[in-house]
Design a protein around this ligand. Structure first.
Ligand code: MG
Ligand code: MG
Length: 263
């Protein structure tokens, strides 16, 4: 069942989502070579709680941390640990914040040090595919139009779309209907209507589309061990158009100030 949101609820959600954007900007201040993912996770949790929020992911289905941190061949749901980030790594940082009864949930793939041209391009195209999906999220269209726009854009570059995980509705629950697959056919699926709030999140592989789960019960990795990229925005449908509630501007401003490359 799809729960559409009132204008008032969307205003409340905007604050939850911005809390995520601000947390990702804090991560951007500290991320880099020599830093462990566990340290970034601790900083993020403190920041969220200091600002009156609760980490959405911690305890969700038993997930043990605030951030999902997925390095290189890890697609999503990586658990922060003592891994030390090194030059050439790419890492998806996914964050959820629960505040005033609603969740925000978005993600960015960061580049650490010198990243190969091939992997930089994977990140750039994946990020662009997210905006292609958002462009297709408008009144009169269906969820399949978003899915098709993402798949069509990345497959032109020879990349593959992860099938097992999807975007989703967002609201009082972290994962609501409808599912928003990153592959599919135009004109299929639920109608896009005013008041829908969606988390759109392409997960795109450099190699084959197949994934598997590690024995930790969480981390999803590519079956062929090749890199994967992940970006996520939260949008609300207002007057037939997608309004992006989340922003990468805060974290990208921080990266640029630090002389780091944005994705
Ligand atoms: Mg999500
Ligand atoms: Mg997410």
């Amino acid at each position: 069942m799809i729960f559409t949101k009132t204008a008032e609820e969307i205003e409340i959600m905007r604050e939850s989502v911005l809390s995520v954007s601000r947390t990702l900007a804090l991560v951007a201040e500290y991320i880099g070579e020599g830093v462990t993912t566990a340290k970034l996770d601790k900083l993020a949790e403190e920041f969220i709680r200091d600002n009156g929020g609760v980490p959405s992911f911690k305890g969700y289905g038993g997930f043990p941390a605030t951030l999902c941190m997925s390095v290189n061949e890890q697609v999503v749901h990586g658990i922060p640990n003592d891994y030390v980030l090194k030059s050439g790594d790419v890492i998806s940082v996914d964050c959820g914040v629960y505040k005033n009864g609603f969740h925000g949930d978005h993600a960015y793939s960061f580049k650490i040090g010198e990243v190969s041209e091939e992997v930089s391009k994977l990140l750039r195209i994946t990020k662009e595919s997210l905006y292609k999906g958002i462009e297709a999220a408008k009144g009169g269209n269906r969820i399949g139009d978003i899915s098709f726009a993402i798949q069509n854009y990345v497959q032109k570059e020879g990349y593959t779309v992860v099938r097992e995980l999807t975007g989703h509705g967002l609201g009082r629950d972290l994962h609501e209907d409808p599912a928003v697959p990153n592959y599919g056919k135009r004109g299929r699926g639920s109608k896009i209507i005013n008041g829908m709030v969606l988390a759109i999140e392409p997960m795109i592989n450099l190699g084959k589309k197949n994934v598997r789960q590690l024995s930790d019960g969480w981390t999803i990795v590519t079956a062929d061990g090749m890199p994967s990229a992940h970006f996520e925005h939260d949008i609300a449908i207002v007057e037939g158009k997608a309004e992006i509630l989340s922003t990468f501007d805060l974290l990208e401003d921080v990266l640029l100030k630090r002389g780091m490359e944005i994705s």
